[in-house]
Structures are given as structure tokens and as C-alpha cells.
Design a protein around this ligand. Structure first.
Ligand code: ADP
Ligand code: MG
Length: 680
């Protein structure tokens, strides 16, 4: 047998077991090595029965002195009870549904039992322990506990792991020796041996460290290699250094913040350089990303190229268009709007003008990526609110020009370390400063019993001339959950707020209707807007000062943060009211975080800690594979070390093409094989 033999080469593994193993991604001998335990049982020390405490998991050695088989009145299945004794005391051991166990366990024999202890009213018990007949040479070890699938038992998996471990010496090291030295890593054979059958906790720790390091290294190197591939040999556009973004900025009614200026200059450098810009701009809601985008568009157009700005919703695209079109016109820049809802005739003219170069900038929804949309000379592609668009959509858009520069803007704050993973293919700029003079939003947490009082509060504010948003998680009532729906609220509040004008908005509505309502709201004709999360992204209505969110526990922190960002955009004091019925500790903690800070980066960091990276808006979607041992939050320190090592490897071999890197490269391919858009 060798490493690459199928699992069926192992004695005892037939077609059935082999197919069950396949479900665990174990197809050959080698695959067993990388199928890591999810936990360990520490069976190194036997406990005295007298010393057992409630709740602990322990190994004991004892003699069976009583064996009672029976069926209780309520249970039709057989139950087996044992009384087991050592020199210090006795314990009751119970197996429900015991089947033939009474033939296996024998009175007056000694066994090792391993299981969870319960002590109640002086009675010491163990339910369903693992057991083996006591032999003086019984190994006292740390045993691996594997995640399993039906058809395979823990015992079988352990046995196969033991058997295949014989082949470990055939595994060769694929990390460079100097990297291993520098980071004091253990070798691969040692790591694999001790991740499965650790001799002690220290060795387990060393093994784990090495394997986590390796996993993160593969991830990071893979992502960076992909980025190298994307930008390699691409001749980008060198935009004119005679066109100065400051010229546009100085025409704005306000002074740019320091952060805006810094980011603009980073973009400017990219645009003037030969390489293709691939830059992500992260900035909290309201940090002024639009002005930054506008400066870049100005530069592109004044250098003789066209630009496109794509937004995820019609509302947002329309808002960008309304604001920018006028500004641009001052400089003779002609802007067009494109979305699914514009008339065919209008669209035809627009497409012609784009192709002829008559129009300089097009702002729109994903309608701009349709095949019929062609440019005269597209030089700059900007997408707003990145996480709504896939990598592919960005790629399609950029293919409409010849290696245009790409700018991606997102208001979803992601801790930098994670951003490097999520957006491995992009350079990152952060606008970490808010325009001056904003009053911090006051956030209140309200439980459903005091809901009425918050409605009164809304009334008072609206009477002062302000406007309010009321957001609910669902459109219609659900039978199974006790959740306020937007529609239900609308009916309820129509009554309560008789003297005000209220309107209802949801994602399923016709575009024209949505647009009309938003227009009326932003012009002040609607006092209270009740909606689902459609207003999440980008809407700017400075006179709206209240954001009331029903069932706030149903929203993610990042989402709540986005919603709250809809208010606090004008001069008046703004409020965010979170109505929550979530009583769990996490729900409370989340609410407290929202109350204590308005910094999107802090919120994102906490969100990540509470939810873990897996749930942090679908990492898979971003092309990040599932990790087995590494945790992007817990192991952030290792991640930082690994980043330098990855850079070192790629400086020497940008596409991992060298012969010496082939084993390593194969490992990367394997890690990424489950995700869609990975290729180096
Ligand atoms: P976001 O980053 O959420 O897209 P916007 O670009 O919509 O933010 O900007 C939010 C508001 O702040 C807009 O009304 C914009 O005119 C204003 N703004 C942007 N930059 C500044 C600044 N430096 N000083 C004052 N107001 C600004
Ligand atoms: Mg914006």
C-alpha cells in the first residue's frame, strides 16, 4: 500500500464504508491525514470514583459488581444498569437501549470507563460511557474525536487513523526549511502525528500551530497569487498628470476631510501609473465616498476617457445621478443614466451616445453590464457598495474597456486583516474620518412593552417637522414567528398616526412606485416611511432624524449600522430606536454595542467576534474557502505573520510556477477547489 491507494485497500473497508468516507472527503490513504479531529478525550489519568465531580468527563477503572437488565415502565427498549466499584467508592453506570451489551460486560470483571459524570443527591452516575476491558497495559492516552458521518463509528475512524499513520514517513515537507526555522514550526510528519494522536498537550499545541500556520499561508498565498495573475502583464491606462483632482474638489461646497484627501491621492497615484488600478475604498456610511468617486471620474474624463459608476439599487443609482450630473456639467462633463426601468427609446439614444463618446459618464444599476452597453473608450469602472456585486460582475464591466482602472467602494466596514483576505485581489484605502459638524446619533434600546412610548416620541419629532423611518424585518406577517411585519405595522400605524402622512415601501414593489415614494419622502411630502430593508443602502434624506427598527434582534450588526446611517445626515439631532424582544445574552450584547458606538469598524470587529467569520456575510461568496483549523478572528496574529511569508514566496515566484513550489501549489489548489472563482 502507499499514500495514494484508495481507502478500499485498507482491510475492512468495502464499497459501503468507502462511499461513506468519500462524504468526508477521504478517498485515499493520504486523505486520512488531513481529516483532523474536532476534539480530544484526555484519558491519561484514571480518577478515583470518590473524587468524581458533577459535570466532568473522566476515566475510571472499576469492577462490575452488579449487573441489572431491565425495561422500565415507559421504555420499551432494554436498559442495562451496572454498579461499578473501585477502592474508593462506587458508581452507577447506565446504558439505555443497551441491546446486547449485557453479553459484553461481565460481572466481576474490571473495565476502564470513560464518560461524563453526574452527581445528584449523593448519587454518582455515568451514562453511556466508552469502555474497554481493563488490562495493565491499557494505553492511557489522549484520544482523537472525529466529526463523523452515518455508517462510520468513532472506533472505526480511530482504528483507520492508527493504521494509516504507518505511512506518515512517506509524507514530504513542502514548506521551505528557512520558513520553518524562522517561525519555529514543527515538521509536517510530526504535526500530522500529533494532531491525531498527541502524546501530550504541548505536542498537540505545536502540531496545531504548524497546521493553522500552513492553512492560513495557503489561503493568503493563493489569494495574492491570484491578484498577481489578474494584474500581470496588464498595460493599464496612464491618466494625465496635468488633470488635477483638486480642481474638482475645490468646486465642492465643503472642504474635503483629511481622510478623503489621503484616499484621493492614493487613487490619483494609481491612475497616473501604468498599472491597472484595483482599489477598494472602505468608508463608513456618510464618510463621503461619493466625492472621492467623483474626483476619480473627473480625472478620467478630463484625461479623455469615459467612466461608469454602478450602484446596487435603482434608488441609489438615481441619487448618485441626480447629485453628480449637475456637478459634472459645470466642467462640461456629460452624464447619462441607465437602469432597467428607462424607456426603450431613451435607452437607444443613450447607448448610441455612449458608443460615440458623446456621453462621458454613465451612472446606473447592473443594467450597465448588459452586452448591449458599449463604450467609446472606457477608462474607469466604479462600483458602489461592493458586497452586492460579485467579482464576476466587476470583471464583465471592466471588459467593456481595455484594462480600465477599477475602483470599488463599500460602506460595509471590515476589519483590515479580514479585508485583506476577503478582497485579496484589491489594494485597500480607508476613509476613517467623518465630515465635521455631525451630531452623534442617539441610540435607544426599547423592549416591546414600551413600544407605545417610542411611537409617542416619533409623533413629537414629526410634529417638529422631522421625518421618520420605521423598518421591519419582513413584508408580511408570518404564522410561525412572532415578528412585526412592515405591512402589519403599516396598518397599525396608519391608525395611530392619523394626522400624519405615512407611506409603505418594500422591495417587491414596482420600480416606478418605489421611486415615486422615495422622491416624495425626500421632498418632505411623506412624514413617516414604513419599509423593509430596501432603504438599507445609500439613501440620503437629511431631514429624516428618526430610525425606528422593529425586531432589531433579527438584523445583523452591520445591517443595523447601515440602517442607522440613514439618519444623522443633517443639522438636527437624530435618533435610532431599536425595538427588541431578544432576551438572549448575545442579543443584549449586540444591542449594547449599537448603543455604545457609531464607529462602523468597531461594530464590524464586534460583529465578527460574536458571530464568527463564517457567518460574517457569506465568506464563501467572496471566494474564501472553509478553513479546517484556522479561525480568521482567533488567529489574527498568525495571519499577520503569514502575510509576510506569503509575500516572500511570491516575490521569488509570482505565479508559483517554479518546480520547487509545485507541491505547495497543489495544496493551494486543493484548499480552493470548493470555491468558484479561484484560478492562478
Ligand atoms: P457615503 O460615504 O455614505 O457614500 P456620501 O458620499 O453620500 O457618503 O456623503 C454623505 C454626505 O456628506 C453628503 O451629503 C455629502 O455631500 C457630505 N459630505 C461629503 N464629504 C464632506 C465633507 N468633507 N464635508 C462636509 N460634508 C461632506
Ligand atoms: Mg454612498
Amino acid at each position: 500500500m502507499n499514500l495514494h491507494d484508495k481507502t478500499s485497500a485498507i482491510k475492512g473497508i468495502g464499497a459501503k464504508k468507502a462511499s461513506a468516507l468519500k462524504k468526508l472527503n477521504i478517498e485515499n490513504i493520504e486523505d486520512f491525514f488531513s481529516f483532523y479531529p474536532r476534539d480530544y478525550e484526555d484519558r491519561r489519568e484514571r480518577k478515583e470514583i470518590r473524587s468524581l465531580t458533577d459535570g466532568e468527563t473522566a476515566l475510571i477503572k472499576g469492577k462490575v459488581i452488579l449487573l441489572v437488565k431491565g425495561k422500565s415502565r415507559f421504555q420499551r427498549k432494554q436498559t442495562l444498569k451496572l454498579l461499578v466499584q473501585d477502592d474508593t467508592g462506587s458508581i452507577e453506570i447506565i446504558f439505555f437501549h443497551s441491546g446486547y451489551l449485557d453479553k459484553v460486560l461481565i460481572k466481576d470483571e474490571e473495565y476502564d470507563f470513560y464518560g461524563k459524570v453526574s452527581v445528584s443527591l449523593g448519587k454518582v452516575q455515568m451514562l453511556h460511557p466508552d469502555f474497554t476491558k481493563y488490562e495493565p497495559e491499557n494505553e492511557q492516552t489522549i484520544l482523537p474525536v472525529y466529526p463523523l458521518t452515518s455508517g462510520i463509528s468513532q472506533g472505526e475512524m480511530r482504528k483507520w487513523q492508527k493504521e494509516t499513520a504507518v505511512f506518515l514517513p512517506e509524507v514530504s515537507e513542502y514548506l521551505p526549511a528557512d520558513m520553518i526555522d524562522r517561525n519555529r514550526l514543527c515538521g509536517i510528519q510530526y504535526a500530522l502525528e500529533h494532531i491525531h494522536f498527541p502524546k501530550d498537550k504541548q505536542k498537540l499545541k505545536e502540531a496545531k500551530y504548524r497546521l493553522i500556520f500552513e492553512e492560513l499561508l495557503l489561503l493568503q498565498t493563493g489569494l495574492l497569487a491570484m491578484k498577481n495573475r489578474v494584474t500581470a502583464n496588464q498595460q493599464g491606462i496612464q491618466f494625465s498628470n496635468a488633470v488635477r483632482m483638486e480642481e474638482y474638489a475645490s468646486g465642492l461646497p465643503y472642504k474635503l476631510t483629511g481622510a478623503q484627501r489621503r484616499v484621493i491621492s492614493e487613487i490619483n497615484d494609481d491612475m497616473e501609473s501604468m498599472k491597472v488600478m484595483n482599489r477598494l475604498v472602505q468608508g463608513d456610511v456618510g464618510s463621503g465616498k461619493t466625492a472621492v468617486a467623483a474626483c476619480a471620474i473627473f480625472k478620467a474624463v478630463k484625461s479623455g476617457y469615459q467612466a461608469v459608476l454602478m450602484a446596487p439599487t435603482e434608488l441609489l443609482a438615481r441619487q448618485h445621478y441626480d447629485g453628480l450630473q449637475k456637478e459634472f456639467l459645470k466642467y462640461g462633463i456629460k452624464t447619462g443614466f441607465l437602469s432597467g426601468s428607462i424607456q426603450a427609446k431613451e435607452k437607444k439614444i443613450l447607448l448610441e451616445e455612449l458608443l460615440s463618446g458623446e456621453i462621458d459618464v454613465v451612472i446606473g444599476t447592473h443594467a450597465v453590464i448588459q452586452p448591449g452597453v458599449k463604450f467609446f473608450n472606457l477608462g474607469l469602472v466604479i462600483t458602489d457598495e461592493q458586497h452586492r456585486f460579485g467579482v464576476n460582475q466587476r470583471a464583465i464591466l471592466s471588459q467593456k474597456g481595455e484594462n480600465p482602472d477599477i475602483l470599488v467602494m463599500t460602506a460595509t466596514p471590515i476589519p483590515r486583516t479580514l479585508a485583506v483576505i476577503l478582497y485579496g485581489d484589491l489594494d485597500i484605502s480607508i476613509i476613517d474620518e467623518m465630515p465635521p459638524g455631525r451630531q452623534p446619533i442617539i441610540t435607544r434600546i426599547v423592549n416591546s412593552e414600551t413600544r407605545e412610548a417610542s411611537y409617542e416620541f416619533v409623533k413629537r419629532e414629526v410634529r417638529k417637522g422631522r421625518q421618520a423611518y420605521v423598518v421591519a424585518p419582513l413584508i408580511a406577517e408570518s404564522d410561525t414567528m412572532d415578528i412585526k411585519s412592515a405591512l402589519g405595522l403599516y396598518d397599525e400605524l396608519k391608525e395611530k398616526f392619523k394626522s400624519f402622512i405615512i407611506a409603505f415601501l418594500h422591495g417587491g414593489m414596482k420600480q416606478q412606485d418605489k421611486d415615486r415614494i422615495m422622491k416624495e419622502f425626500s421632498e418632505g411630502f411623506i412624514d413617516i416611511l414604513i419599509s423593509t430593508v430596501v432603504i438599507e443602502v445609500g439613501i440620503n434624506v437629511p431631514n429624516a432624524t428618526i430610525m425606528l427598527i422593529e425586531n432589531a434582534e433579527r438584523f445583523g450588526l452591520a445591517q443595523l449600522h447601515q440602517l442607522r446611517g440613514r439618519v444623522g445626515r443633517g443639522e438636527e439631532q437624530s435618533y435610532c430606536v431599536l425595538i427588541t424582544s431578544g432576551k438572549s445574552k448575545i442579543a443584549q450584547e449586540r444591542a449594547e454595542i449599537m448603543k455604545s458606538t457609531t464607529d462602523g469598524f468597531i461594530i464590524a470587529e464586534k460583529d465578527l467576534q460574536l458571530r464568527g467569520p463564517g457567518e460574517f456575510f457569506g465568506m464563501r461568496q467572496h471566494g474564501v474557502p472553509d478553513l479546517k483549523l484556522a479561525d480568521l478572528v482567533k488567529h489574527i496574529k498568525i495571519l499577520n505573520t503569514v502575510r509576510d511569508e506569503a509575500a516572500l514566496i511570491l516575490t521569488d515566484d509570482a505565479f508559483l510556477a517554479k518546480q520547487s513550489n509545485q507541491d505547495f501549489r497543489k495544496k493551494i489548489d486543493k484548499l480552493f477547489q470548493q470555491t468558484v472563482h479561484f484560478s492562478i
